[in-house]
Write a protein of this length. Structure first.
Length: 505
RNA sequence: GGCGACGUAGCUCAGUUGGUAAGAGUGCUCGACUCAUAAUCGAGAGGUCGUGGGUUCAAGUCCCACCGUCGCUACCA
């Protein structure tokens, strides 16, 4: 189903106090692959990621390092940018909350909310944990300490601005009823949060400077979350002369982890509604990656840098594993053994080996020159079905389903070769040309369909079967149609696309 | 405590609004093939869909209870 339109997809912006790890990589690679799929469709696509750079934690670590908060943020933000580049993640924009345009957008949105009567001033006192940047109730404390950091809390009393979240319950229910939160189980969680009753939330601080200034009161900066979320609007020009909200916002898709469901499925739409704007079209909530049953968190010990894995599996190997083995939504087990198994079976044996055997037979039986496919090939129908299911999978932002649908076609092609045994046919005969033409055509289609995930390997396949140009420049659905592979191209025999891996001890 | 999610073949997971005798991949067993990265293909074994009730002509799919796992409530993908 081809449609040309706008498609806007975002990751959360990552807090620069953190080091990029495999959890960030999962979210970001998913968004990248989906964005690449939409580019193939010809949609105007905006893929946004970036870094969240305000807040007390940044201010403190800057002080500890003897640099300014901005310098601190510059260094760590750059680290995220480099990590994404190393994983073939190609965002259209990398936003930073310290950019002037973001301050402008934040101030504009919150002023709108205030003008609509949803922000008021009140004083707040409580036990404050610096590490959490949050207040605690007496009941929550453990021996007078913060339950998370197990360190003493400070008694703080300050004037805060509050957002009247409690007034937004009905509007949020209505939004959730539109199916905006995906998958269904996560929608229930969001609904559950609302049903327990929403309290107004504090959105400003007087105790710190490192943040976006509250425009109507110089003594305050906004609490980091209430500026961070607004990045999704900043990036498309909200508050600037190049406001492109009309173009992008109706097709907005946020990809987030379930830990920040509350912010993205409750606070964020509430803010937008209060500002008189439309909430996002969809929030896609995924689960955690589990390692030996333990959550990969920034306070946990199981830190895995993406580079640790690309060294052994390659960028495509890592991307494929994250996209194929993680079912979008539930928590997912992440294991070394699982990665090895998936790499060897799907990439080395099924896809890589298909390319090898086809190239060899074309050289032995067809003089190394490809043939056009048979229009009546049974694989034509298989390819059409595969495309439909693959497209549906990407459209729904369920990469594992999309990839499984693509691989079904590749497996069917291995079976097709087995059935016809072209290696036994007479060299140069019409029948061997026909069979190999069909197989080459599948490889061409597979190169296109796998390109969102296998960014460089798909191009290698494309080139190996003699095609010019970039596979990423192909346009769907036309490029998935049967009959696109022309006769007369030189097919190259190359090194194995994905050398088999032996598990390390 | 309150709220929520999850619990389907050894493993990882699919199962749209309840409806033809439960699916895929992987693993295992047997067989075939030898063009190919000891790769590929075929066949087979393997599940009382966590437990117990209920609604229904019909439930993995809805309702209740219970068991187990995890999360939110209370920073962070």
């Amino acid at each position: 189903m081809a449609f040309v339109g706008s498609f806007y997809i975002t990751t959360p912006i990552y807090y620069v106090n953190d080091v990029p790890h495999i959890g960030h990589a999962y979210t970001t690679i998913t968004a990248d692959a989906v964005a690449r799929w939409h580019r193939l469709l010809g949609d105007e696509t905006m893929f946004l990621t970036g870094t969240d750079e305000h807040g007390l934690k940044i201010q403190r670590s800057a002080e500890a390092n003897g640099v300014t908060p901005q310098e601190q943020a510059d260094v760590t933000s750059q680290r995220f940018r480099e990590t994404w580049a190393s994983l073939d993640v190609t965002p259209d924009q990398f936003i930073r909350t310290t950019e002037p345009r973001h301050h402008t957008a934040t101030q504009k949105l919150l002023t709108q909310i205030k003008d609509n009567g949803y922000i008021y001033k009140d004083s707040y006192a409580g036990h404050y944990c610096v590490g959490c940047e949050a207040y605690y109730n007496e009941d929550d404390l453990v021996d007078g300490n913060c339950p998370t950091h197990e360190r003493p809390v400070e008694w703080l009393e300050e004037d805060n601005y509050f957002f009247a979240l409690s007034k937004m319950e009905d509007a949020l229910r209505a939004w959730l009823d539109t199916g905006s939160v995906i998958p269904e189980g996560k929608r229930s969680e969001a609904l559950g949060i609302i049903e327990t009753g929403l309290e107004d939330v504090s959105i400003s601080r007087t105790s710190i400077d490192w943040g976006v200034r509250v425009p109507w009161d110089d003594d305050h900066v906004f609490y980091v979350w209430y500026d961070a979320l607004i990045n999704y609007l900043t990036a498309i020009g909200f508050g600037s002369e190049n406001d492109e909200l009309q173009r992008w916002w109706p097709e907005s898709h946020h990809i987030v982890g379930k830990d920040i469901l509350r912010f993205h499925c409750v606070y964020w739409p509430a803010m937008l509604i209060a500002a008189g704007m439309e909430p996002p079209k969809n929030v896609h909530v995924h689960g955690f990656l589990l390692l030996g049953g333990k959550k990969l968190s920034k306070t946990g010990l199981t830190q895995i840098a993406p580079a640790d894995l690309t060294e052994e599996f390659g960028v495509d190997g890592l991307r494929y594993h994250l996209l194929r083995d993680v079912s979008f939504g539930p928590d997912s087990d992440f294991s070394y053994e699982g990665m090895i198994s998936r790499y060897n079976t799907d990439l080395a044996n099924t896809l890589g080996n298909l390319l090898s055997r086809v190239a060899t037979v074309v050289h032995k039986k067809c003089g190394g020159v490809g043939t056009a496919p048979n229009p009546d090939s049974p694989l034509a129908e298989a390819a059409a079905e595969s495309y439909t299911a693959t497209a549906q999978g990407w459209e729904n932002i369920t990469p594992s389903i999309a990839l499984e649908a693509t691989w079904k076609l590749i497996r069917q092609t291995n079976a097709y070769l087995e059935q016809h045994e072209p290696w036994k046919m007479e060299e140069g005969s019409a029948e061997v040309h026909q069979v190999m033409g069909d197989a080459l055509e599948v490889l061409r289609i597979a190169a296109v369909l796998t390109s969102p995930g296998l960014t460089s390997s798909s191009q290698k396949i494309w080139s190996a079967i003699g095609l010019d140009g970039e596979v990423a420049d192909q346009r769907l659905p036309a490029a998935a149609g049967w009959g696109g592979y022309p006769a007369g191209l030189d097919v190259r025999k190359g090194d194995p696309l994905f050398p088999r891996l032996k598990p390390r001890e």
